[in-house]
Every structure is written in structure tokens, then in C-alpha cells.
Design a protein around this ligand. Structure first.
Ligand code: 5AD
Ligand code: SF4
Length: 442
């Protein structure tokens, strides 16, 4: 067995992350685990002894991108034979068997519940035999490991892991395992430390984050506990499931001014037939009633959603119902996806009745409709003032700063005097696109 950890120099790890915010947070945990074990973090793959990709399996497209990247890195490896290459996360969990067979240059395959054992796994990498650890562990929350948070005014804190909903299209419950919540005292300790470091905004993460429960602490209670922490000015969360939007959660959002008026509420489809086939657990009417309830409780609420087009069996009238729902709800923004059949899921055996071109057409229609809605929703804000938490220089425009309104809309405005990241300024909106607002500090 070859030992990759040299005696003298600390081994350097390069970590690259794909997929959702949950994966970004997991990479921060991986980084903490490895640094504790004596590794250092490399900034470029060329500088590393170990390259780890934290991967996504939600759609085929995500996996294809990662496979492309892997073959690039395999070339780097042939130039540097001592370089170790590993795959972490959802795709590692999902494709473990195929990966070991089809990617012989992979040295390590580790699923989302194996990160605690990474130092040991890396040490175990042998010449011809990849180290594989894809055991799911319904008790693993990494509650005792403080992640290496990225610098900034906002930090993402994991509140719960896994998912028990088993929507028929979704691979998440299979690759991330059963739902489990991080103990509230561990979350509060993290948030207090972040506040002490100057973080102003906390985003609580979980695959169905509002299903959070630890003993008597449900998600509404958790929001209220975090709102008590001095220094934290804004609290957000993603992604909630419509079925877990209890009164406790809505009341906490309404009562706690730090909990921001923005809700990402994935609907997936506007057709009852398709929702039933997806086993989402609600009808269009129930979803719309929920939207009414949260809008009544939280003034000025911004709403976003996820939409899947071309699910197996989706007919033109089902698709029409999705467009109709979008117009009725008038979302501020929407993330839309072509249905991608995933192995192991309940819908896998059903088939894939909508062809690729038709999925593309439907996706474009959803995008075009949403662009119009987003523009309308943003234009009515012209002339109004919003507190904007300053994040830093705007990506475009010299001398411009960017930040978010409470509704999570990007606001861009000319820098002024001593306004620095972390400050909250009042910005009057002067113009709007579907993607951002531009204004000036008042
Ligand atoms: N195909 C397409 N989109 C999917 N999503 C989840 N699984 C699939 C799939 N198999 C989308 C859903 C979910 C978002 C994170 O990804 O809209 O809310
Ligand atoms: Fe996937 Fe449904 Fe769980 Fe969301 S709630 S992660 S879509 S199974």
C-alpha cells in the first residue's frame, strides 16, 4: 500500500464543488475535517497532492459536466502519477459501482456521510484499489465540526440533512439518506461564532429545511432562537417544502423582523395530475392557499419557485396549467429544469414520455414567461426605498456596490463615503430589470 502523506510537508488538497448550496456547505465541512488532520488547502489543482470533486447527481447534465472535468483531471494525473483524485458527494454515492469500473484512475469515492473518515480514506489509497466509503449514516450531522466558512457578510449553516419525502423524480433521498436535524445548541453555537466574526446574515440550509425538528424544537422555534442572537441582522432559509410550511414557521416569519420576507417555495408543476405522479403531497389548490396564507402574514413577501417541465406523462394541458399557475402566483423568480430521469428513483421505471426537443420548447416558454413576470414584479419597486445589506463591489460598473434587499433582490448603487460590506444602507430604486434593481443611497 502506498502512503501518500509525506513525512515532512503537509499534503495539499484542492477541493472543487458542484451543485447546490448544501454541497458548498459540505465542502466547507470537508475543508475543516482535512485541515484538522494536517492537510493544507491548495488554490489550484496544479498545486495539489489530492484533488477532490464534491459532486451533484440531481440531473444527468450535472453528472456529464463532472465526467468532463474528471477526464481533464485524469490527464493531469498521468503527468503527475502521485496525484490522487477523489469524488465526493451525491454523484459519488449515486454511481459508486459504475465509477469504480469506468474510471479506474479514481483513487477515492466518498458519499455525503463519509467526510469524517476522509483523512483516513486518503491515507488508505492504494496503487490499484480505490478507497470507497459510501455508507449512509442516519445519525451523521457533523454537528461537532465547525466548517471553514467562506468570508463574507452571509454564511450558510446546515440545519438538517437528507430527505424523507421521496418525490418520484428525485434522487436526493437515495444519495443523501434519511432526514436528520442538527441539534439546536450546535446551530446556535455556530451562529454565535459567526456573529462574533462579523457575519450579518445567516441562511439555514436543508433539503426540506422547514421539516427541521429536534426534540421540541421545530423550525419555527429554531428561527426564533436564532433571531435572539445579537449581531445577526438577517435570517433566511432554503429550501422549504410546501407541506412543512406550518403555522409555527409562518408565525415565526411574520413575528421575527430578522427573518426576511422571501420564500423559495418549490411547486414543480401546476397540474394536479403531474403533482400526484410526482408524489409531491399537495394539490394546486392547496399550494395556492398556502401562498395566500404566507402573503397575508408577511407583507411585501417575495416568492420564488422550482419548476420541472416534461415530467413523464406531462401533456400539453398539464404544461398549460403550470404556465397558468405561474401567472396566477406571479413569482418574483423561478428556477426551471427539464425533467431528467434518475436511476433508483420511483419514476425511473415509468419512462420519459416527453422528447428532448419538446422539453426544450416548454422550458423556453417557462423562462420567457418568468422573465416578463420578474420584470413586472421589479418595475413596480421603482421609487421605493429598501434597506440593502452591502456585500461588496458590483460585478459590473466601476464604483458601484451591490447587496440584497430583504426580498433577496440584487440592488446596485454608487458607492458613497465610508459605506463598506456589512453595512445596511437605504437605497431608493430608480430602474429595474428582471434580474436586478439599480438605485442610489438616500
Ligand atoms: N429532473 C429535473 N429536475 C429535478 N429536480 C430534482 N430532481 C430533478 C430531476 N430528476 C429539480 C427540482 C428541485 C430542484 C432542486 O431540482 O425542481 O426542486
Ligand atoms: Fe427531492 Fe422531493 Fe426531497 Fe426535495 S423534497 S430533496 S425534490 S425528494
Amino acid at each position: 500500500m502506498e502512503q501518500i502523506i509525506p513525512e515532512a510537508a503537509a499534503p495539499r488538497v484542492y477541493l472543487e464543488t458542484y451543485g447546490c448550496q448544501m454541497n458548498v456547505a459540505d465542502s466547507e465541512t470537508v475543508s475543516a475535517v482535512l485541515r484538522r488532520a494536517g492537510f493544507t488547502i491548495a488554490r489550484r489543482p496544479e498545486d495539489a497532492d489530492v484533488i477532490l470533486l464534491n459532486t451533484c447527481a440531481i440531473r444527468e447534465h450535472a453528472e456529464e459536466r463532472i465526467i468532463g472535468r474528471l477526464s481533464d483531471l485524469a490527464r493531469l494525473k498521468s503527468a503527475h502519477p502521485r496525484l490522487k483524485l477523489g469524488l465526493l458527494g451525491c454523484m459519488a454515492q449515486h454511481n459508486r459501482a459504475a465509477l469504480v469500473e469506468r474510471a479506474p484512475w479514481l483513487d477515492l469515492v466518498a458519499g455525503p456521510d463519509s467526510y469524517r473518515r476522509l483523512p483516513e480514506l486518503i491515507g488508505r489509497v492504494a496503487e490499484f484499489d480505490p478507497a470507497v466509503d459510501v455508507r449512509l449514516d442516519r445519525g451523521e450531522t457533523y454537528a461537532d465540526i465547525s466548517p471553514d466558512y467562506a468570508a463574507g457578510v452571509r454564511a450558510y449553516v446546515t440545519a438538517m440533512r437528507g430527505c424523507d419525502r421521496f418525490c418520484t423524480f428525485c434522487v436526493v433521498p437515495y444519495v443523501r439518506g434519511r432526514e436528520r436535524s442538527v441539534p439546536p445548541d450546535a446551530i446556535l453555537r455556530e451562529v454565535e461564532e459567526l456573529a462574533a466574526r462579523g457575519v450579518k446574515e445567516i441562511v439555514l440550509l436543508g433539503q426540506t429545511v422547514n421539516a427541521y425538528r429536534f426534540d421540541a424544537t421545530d423550525f419555527g422555534v429554531l428561527l426564533r432562537l436564532i433571531a435572539r442572537i445579537a449581531g445577526i441582522e438577517r435570517i433566511r432559509f432554503t429550501s422549504p417544502h410546501p407541506c412543512d410550511m406550518t403555522d409555527s414557521v409562518i408565525d415565526a416569519m411574520a413575528a421575527e423582523s430578522k427573518v426576511q420576507p422571501y420564500l423559495h417555495l418549490p411547486v414543480q408543476s401546476g397540474s394536479d395530475r403531474v403533482l400526484a405522479a410526482m408524489q409531491r403531497g399537495y394539490t394546486v389548490r392547496e399550494y395556492r392557499e398556502l401562498v395566500e396564507r404566507v402573503r397575508a402574514a408577511i407583507p411585501d413577501l417575495a416568492l420564488s419557485t422550482d419548476i420541472i417541465v416534461g415530467f413523464h406523462g406531462e401533456e400539453e394541458r398539464d404544461f398549460g396549467a403550470t404556465l397558468e399557475l405561474m401567472r396566477a402566483v406571479r413569482y418574483d423568480s423561478a428556477f426551471s429544469f427539464k425533467y431528467s430521469v434518475r436511476e433508483n428513483t420511483r419514476a425511473y421505471r415509468l419512462g420519459d414520455s416527453v422528447n428532448e426537443a419538446e422539453k426544450g420548447r416548454r422550458l423556453n416558454e417557462v423562462i420567457a414567461l418568468q422573465e416578463g413576470l420578474s420584470l413586472e414584479r421589479n418595475r413596480v419597486l421603482i421609487g421605493r426605498e429598501f434597506p440593502v445589506l452591502v456585500e461588496g463591489p458590483a460585478r459590473r460598473g466601476v464604483g458601484m456596490l451591490a447587496g440584497k434587499t430583504p426580498q433577496f433582490k440584487t440592488a446596485i448603487f454608487p458607492a458613497a463615503g465610508d459605506v463598506a460590506p456589512g453595512a445596511t444602507v437605504s437605497v431608493r430604486i430608480e430602474s429595474a430589470t428582471g434580474h436586478s434593481l439599480t438605485g442610489s443611497i438616500v
